[in-house]
Design a protein around this ligand. Structure first.
Ligand code: CP
Ligand code: NVA
Length: 300
């Protein structure tokens, strides 16, 4: 593995090896065992969108590994004034050991990797959020013991999260179902790939998707950058809420995952969110451990 751009680029073994290392790093942290796996390494973190979890977990993560993180807001970088990504990539490659980037277009992340000479980590694009799904898979395995025979149901927008969950589930052998309105499906090309390599269901029917689910996943109806579509999306997604009624159709021990931030009363009710807050905040914590594992594997 040279970069983390999207999960379908990784083999199943590479994903499992990140998850195993993440478990080990979590154990070491919980037992105050500090090992500076990335002593002196420098990670640039480019943000073209807001972030709480990604920013803090990467910054704390690289610090705990003995390295140094530079927060680079696109408001301040020349990239925000139109300096080409090809040039930014080549310049940053001379100073840093790795780059994490959160931006809009997947192509920008792929170009950064193509033109630079250091590892690039996708910290969210409109297309994918691989770091989040590594933390999700870690949390699911932690709670369920293994991925064998599990079904994940995603209720809502076929967005970056849906794409990466579809890719991640397919890689580790979990069934993936999504219930979404017409016009809000996950990426078509990725769906074709997932249908060939795994067990994927795309339906309009929340009940059909959630039936016998071991993991119920949801995310906001309007992702970052789509705020102006909020009103029409609220209408389109009206029947796509994770609430007590829909949860009753999942397995009785089903867990709930949400990448956060959550909009209570929209994609999820306050009641379901708070009932499952334990596993949702474990999921948020696991961002730290999973990304430390990614950084160790890429930057060491
Ligand atoms: N889930 C997630 O990526 O959160 P942030 O937007 O706060 O980084
Ligand atoms: N789909 C959401 C995920 C946030 C972590 C967004 O892109 O805004």
């Amino acid at each position: 593995m040279r970069h983390l751009l999207k999960l379908q680029d990784l083999s199943r073994e590479e994903i499992l090896s990140i998850l195993n290392l993440a478990d080990q790093l979590k154990f070491e942290r919980n037992n105050n065992i500090r090992k500076e796996y990335l002593k002196g390494k420098k990670l640039g973190m480019i943000f073209q969108k807001s972030s709480t979890r990604t920013r803090v977990s990467f910054e704390v993560g690289i610090y705990e590994l003995g390295g140094y993180g530079l927060f680079l807001s696109s408001n301040d970088l020349q990239i925000g004034r139109g300096e080409p990504v090809q040039d930014t990539a080549r310049v940053l490659s001379r100073y840093l050991d790795g780059i994490m980037i959160r931006t809009f277009e997947q192509k920008e992340v792929e170009d950064l990797a193509k033109y630079g000479t250091i590892p690039v980590i996708n910290g969210l694009t409109d297309y994918a959020h691989p770091c989040q799904v590594l933390a999700d898979l870690m949390t699911i395995r932690e709670r369920k013991g293994s991925f064998k025979g599990l079904k994940l149901a995603f209720i809502g927008d076929g967005n970056n999260m849906a794409n990466s969950l579809m890719a991640g589930c397919t890689k580790v052998g979990m069934d993936f179902a999504i219930a979404c309105p017409v016009g809000y499906e996950p990426d078509a090309e990725l769906t074709k790939w997932a249908e060939k390599n795994g067990n994927v269901l795309i339906t309009r029917d929340v009940k059909e998707a959630i039936k016998d689910a071991d993991v119920v996943y949801t995310d906001v109806w309007a992702s970052m950058g789509m705020e102006k579509e909020k009103e029409e999306r609220n209408k389109a997604f009206a029947g796509y809420q994770v609430n007590a009624e829909t949860m009753a159709l999942a397995k009785s021990d089903a867990m709930v995952q949400h990448c956060l931030p959550a909009h209570r009363g929209e994609e999820i009710t306050d009641e379901v969110f708070e009932t499952h807050a334990g596993e949702i905040f474990d999921e948020a914590e696991n961002r730290l451990h999973a990304q430390k594992a990614v950084m160790v594997q890429l930057l060491k």
